[in-house]
Design a binder for this molecule. Structure first.
Ligand code: NDP
Length: 606
């Protein structure tokens, strides 16, 4: 028996052809002609959705700063904090962190919606645990603990003294005669720096759905990333008494909404959930950290644990599953058999993995039936796509929320989204649902146009705009640097390896960038940037990988993972180093070990 037959024989509960056909139908139903353009930027009429900072003193003012310093880290979330920590370790401390919020935290500063929680294990996710000697309270941390952890990092590394808070960078422009970047901000600062590290995060710029009539709604509305506790009352642990007599709409059922919905369901008079595509919702099973267990961890444990997660995500066999959670159960479920049973051809491998994926999805769909009482609601909550088409979610309260009498699920898949918003409410399937409040859980500019993702101008040598330079696709070495942009570094999802545990990825990148900057300083060079040849080679390598992943992404229901169903048009998110983060980290380590910064050009004298 082949591996495929073996597996198919052991799973008699579904017909793979029928499931594949259902996946195709569900995908086609949701594909829109306007793909990523269906979303609205939070600018112009909608600017207030993003600009208001509910956590800062609205009256804050300060004098403009005119200053020269060595390194500007733009962004004070975990990626910026890690860049700072790793620079300090490299002996470089003359930097400042420019941050839009009134504190560090980034994603966890802004996203303080009720129920906000990290979806990967805290022992892997929270960075610098060993350096700080901190034991997370639970296996999956809630936002308050994560936000406090970013403050802890800030204090430990002396970063508050170097922070320029409540300040948005508007543009960074290379000044060749000066050999520095000029940074302009919304507070009229004049900052001139040798190096720029852009650490803007991936969920920085929220987006709104382009639903007709969205600007006509006369009730209250906000995006999950700017939760309005002034209106709802309570805090992220609950007690939203302001919603008790309100009819509330939540639009969206992605990773954020899955956490929000049970909390709103518990407090709102009535809740309508507008769902276009269901998420997979597996068990969470959170639990407090056992201090005895934590105390037995040997030095280097966090790195080993992260590598264990990363290896499993990439299908690399591990001696022991240290994480043992919903994520690693997915990884195990959809990885091809090893050893004697391993598939002999790529085709067979793809088929085996596809059937294993279907089996996992059957299990997740089955879970809906065991929890949700109303059969038609349960049916609508079942996801029909491959498990990694969307970010999987894990939550023990979401599905039970639909058994409450005050909660109604409104399936808007047939109309490819909510039909219309009126002054009084939300129209779906021809019915107007009158509501007092609309909460947009509609995500972020993650995969769309790079300019929209970054939200600031970057102009390199000869005034070359980064976005013009990348208009036909990203042009980088390792995803961090680009030719024509001297002393400029980018941390994030670009032409590098994506890691589901984002802070591992940020840390690997931060270490690398800190090394390159430290080496440039040590060698006394004025500028560092990649050579044309090195960029071309890297882009060719990445484009080679890209072709392989397209079939998978094209067959997925639309979402930001596949650029809303048009993966070929993605602005670089899918130009990834697909051998995975562990291999990418090895590649970077080998590159550093050469000690010659291969492919980078160092010029001039500082
Ligand atoms: P997503 O982009 O994942 O979800 C947006 C939701 O809005 C989707 O359900 C989408 O439907 C829906 N939507 C968009 N337009 C319409 C419309 N016109 N009508 C009806 N529904 C619409 O955003 P999230 O904020 O949920 O998550 C973004 C990412 O943030 C996650 O994938 C994850 O990486 C990160 N995150 C991480 C968490 C963590 O614990 N670490 C927690 C929360 C988020 P459709 O799917 O059909 O497009």
């Amino acid at each position: 028996m082949s591996a495929t037959e073996d597996l198919a024989a052991s799973i008699p509960t579904f017909n793979p052809d029928a499931v594949r056909e259902r996946y195709r139908q569900e995908r086609d139903k949701r594909i829109r002609d306007n793909g990523p353009d269906q979303y609205l930027e939070m600018a112009g009429t909608f600017a207030h959705f993003a600009e208001e900072d509910p956590y800062a003193d609205p009256g804050f003012t300060r004098e403009p700063i005119a200053e020269d310093f060595d390194i500007a880290i733009i962004g004070g979330g975990f990626s910026g904090l890690l860049a700072a920590a790793r620079l300090i370790e490299q002996g470089v401390s003359s930097f400042r962190i420019i941050e839009a919020g009134a504190d560090f935290g980034g994603t966890w500063y802004w996203n303080r919606y009720p129920g906000a929680q990290c979806d990967t294990e805290s022992y892997c996710y929270l960075p610098l645990l060993e350096e700080l000697g901190y034991m997370p309270k639970e296996k999956y941390s809630y936002v308050n603990e994560i936000f406090e952890h970013s403050q802890r990092v800030g204090r430990k590394y002396g970063l508050y003294e170097r922070a320029i808070l409540q300040t948005r960078v508007q543009s960074v422009d290379w000044d060749e005669p000066l050999g520095r970047w000029r940074i302009s901000t919304n507070r009229n600062d004049t900052l001139r720096v040798r190096f720029v590290v852009m650490a803007l995060g991936t969920t920085t710029r929220a987006k709104l759905p382009g639903i007709p009539g969205i600007d006509t709604f006369e009730g209250h509305s906000f995006h999950t990333s700017r939760w309005d506790y002034g209106y709802t009352g309570g805090d992220n642990t609950g007690g939203m008494t302001g919603l008790a007599d309100k009819r509330v709409a939540v639009i969206g059922t992605g990773a954020t909404a899955i956490q929000v919905i049970p909390r709103v369901a518990a407090d709102a008079g009535e809740l309508f959930v507008f769902q276009r595509t269901p998420s997979t919702v597996d068990w969470r099973r959170n639990r407090p950290t056992d201090p005895d267990w934590f105390g037995t961890q040997e030095p280097g444990w966090q790195r080993r644990r992260r590598e264990n997660f990363t290896d499993q995500a990439a299908g690399v066999p591990v001696d022991e599953d240290l994480i043992d959670d919903g994520w690693t159960r997915i990884f195990k479920a959809i990885s091809a058999p090893k050893g004697e049973n391993r598939p002999k051809t790529r085709e067979e491998r793809n088929r085996v993995v596809e059937i294993a994926d279907m089996a996992k999805m059957e299990e997740l769909r089955g879970r809906v039936d065991t929890v949700v009482a109303d059969p038609s609601t349960a049916e609508a909550l079942k996801p029909w796509y491959r498990v990694m088409c969307k970010r999987p979610t894990f939550n023990d309260e979401f599905l039970p929320a639909f058994n409450r009498t005050n909660v109604t699920l409104v399936d808007v898949s047939e109309s490819k989204g909510v039909e219309r918003i009126t002054p009084k409410g939300v129209v779906a399937n021809g019915v107007e649902h009158e509501v007092d409040c609309i909460i947009y859980a509609t995500g972020f500019e993650i995969s769309a146009n790079f300019q929209r993702r970054l939200g600031l101008e970057v102009n390199g040598r000869d005034g070359l705009s980064l976005f013009d330079h990348w208009s036909e696709g990203l042009q980088t070495l390792h995803g961090f640097t680009s030719r024509g942009f001297p002393n400029w570094f980018y941390i994030g999802v670009s032409q590098n390896a994506f890691n589901l545990n984002m802070t591992s990825m940020f840390d690997d990148q931060a270490r690398h960038i800190a090394y390159v900057i430290a080496q440039t300083v040590e060698r006394g060079a004025r500028t560092v940037e990649p050579s044309e040849g090195a960029v071309n080679d890297w882009v060719s390598l990445i484009n080679g990988f890209r072709v392989g992943g397209l079939d998978f992404l094209e067959a997925c229901t639309p979402g930001y993972y596949n650029n809303e169903g048009a993966p070929k048009g993605g602005s670089g998110f899918f130009g990834a180093y697909t051998p995975g983060p562990a291999k990418f980290a090895e590649l970077l380590e080998a590159w550093r070990a050469e000690g010659t910064l291969p492919g980078m050009e160092l010029q001039g004298t500082a």
